[in-house]
Design a binder for this molecule. Structure first.
Ligand code: CP
Length: 342
């Protein structure tokens, strides 16, 4: 694996390898080994053309915990605002000797262009491109689900059955049901998660108003529903992933907010009544940033079931794993031991 551009490129084995490596990274952090020497002398450039809090900070933290040098580039305040192209920006980074470029861009496909146009030799990691993909978000979501729910597997022949008693920790997510709820149309998180979670064996149900379902969704490897109460009740999901309503993309594409915010919250918001429909073990997720009071109530966001803050923390371990595997090569467990990762 030279780049990480889309979760569609990950096989089940590659995805599990990243999650297992992230678990090793998290273990080092919990032993208070804050810094590993693995990427000493390597340079990671964070190239952000679109705003970010979690992804940018956690990539920076991850790279620094692996002892890499980090250059943060934000389009605001750079020569991009004078009209400099992606190509010339990339050539500048190449001249500075970047080993990895973490790119977030408003245009779907920009990371692919950067990886394939020959402008840079470095590894390219997609940190979110338009409405297309956000692979490290899906990986940290899968990691969080695996950590919480590998004991909640169900009989694969009856996905609505109760969790199997004594089911052990599994490598993948087989036997789990994940409901992804909200503005699927504009969501790179939804696209990345549908691909990754199903690669890992989970069943995924998308729940959205008809106006916020993408054209061609029938070809995606998941179920689609317009009825949140039915999915939360009879569907018995093990994880409910609420999506942010992306009002900024609606206005930039000329569309208004449809349905109205009030109607949206009534039909698709996760509130206290809907929380009570969930099984005891079911977790509530959100990639952030949240619109509290729109897609998720404060009670749901702050409830004991919510793993939203933990998702952010897991993002550091997952991004350490991705940087490590891309920049330190095809490392074996022996090599991991040598670098103090296990
Ligand atoms: N989840 C996510 O991508 O958040 P940021 O936009 O803050 O990076």
């Amino acid at each position: 694996m030279k780049h990480l551009l889309t979760t569609a490129d990950l096989s089940r084995e590659e995805a599990i390898r990243i999650l297992d490596t992230a678990a090793q990274m998290a273990a080092t952090q919990s032993r208070e080994i804050k810094k590993l020497p693995t990427l000493r002398g390597r340079t990671v450039v964070n190239l952000f053309f679109e705003d970010s809090t979690r992804t940018r900070i956690s990539f920076e933290t991850a790279a620094k915990r692996l002892s890499a040098d980090v250059i943060n580039f934000s389009a605001k305040g750079s020569s991009v605002s004078k009209g400099e192209s992606l190509k010339d920006t990339a050539l500048t980074l190449q001249a500075m000797g970047a080993d990895a470029v973490v790119i977030r861009h408003q245009a779907s496909g920009a990371p692919h262009t950067l990886a394939n146009a020959g402008w840079v030799d470095s590894a390219v990691i997609n940190a979110g491109d338009g409405m297309h993909q956000h692979p490290t978000q899906a990986l940290l979501d899968a990691y969080t689900i695996r950590r919480h729910l590998s004991g909640a597997r169900r009989d694969a022949t009856d996905p609505t059955s109760a969790p199997l008693a004594g089911a052990g920790v599994g490598q993948d997510l087989a036997g789990l049901h994940v409901a992804v709820v909200g503005d699927v149309l504009h969501s790179r998180v939804a696209r990345s998660n549908v691909q990754l979670l199903t690669t890992l064996g989970a069943r995924v149900t998308l729940v959205a108003p008809p106006t916020l379902v993408p054209v061609g969704v029938e070809a995606w490897p998941c179920d689609v529903s317009y009825d949140l109460d039915a999915v939360l009740g009879d569907g018995r999901p093990d994880a409910v992933m609420m999506l942010r309503v992306q009002r900024e993309r609606m206005s930039s594409s000329g569309g208004g907010f449809f349905p109205s915010p009030l109607e949206y919250t009534r039909n698709y918001g996760l509130d206290s009544r809907r929380l009570r429909l969930l099984d005891d073990h079911t977790i509530v997720m959100h990639p952030g940033p949240m619109n509290r009071g729109l897609e998720i109530s404060a009670e749901a966001a702050d409830s004991p079931r919510a793993v939203i803050v933990e998702q952010v923390a897991n993002g550091v371990a997952v991004r350490m794993a991705v940087l490590y595997l891309l920049l330190a090569g095809d490392v074996t467990h022996e090599a991991s031991d040598k670098h103090g990762v296990s």
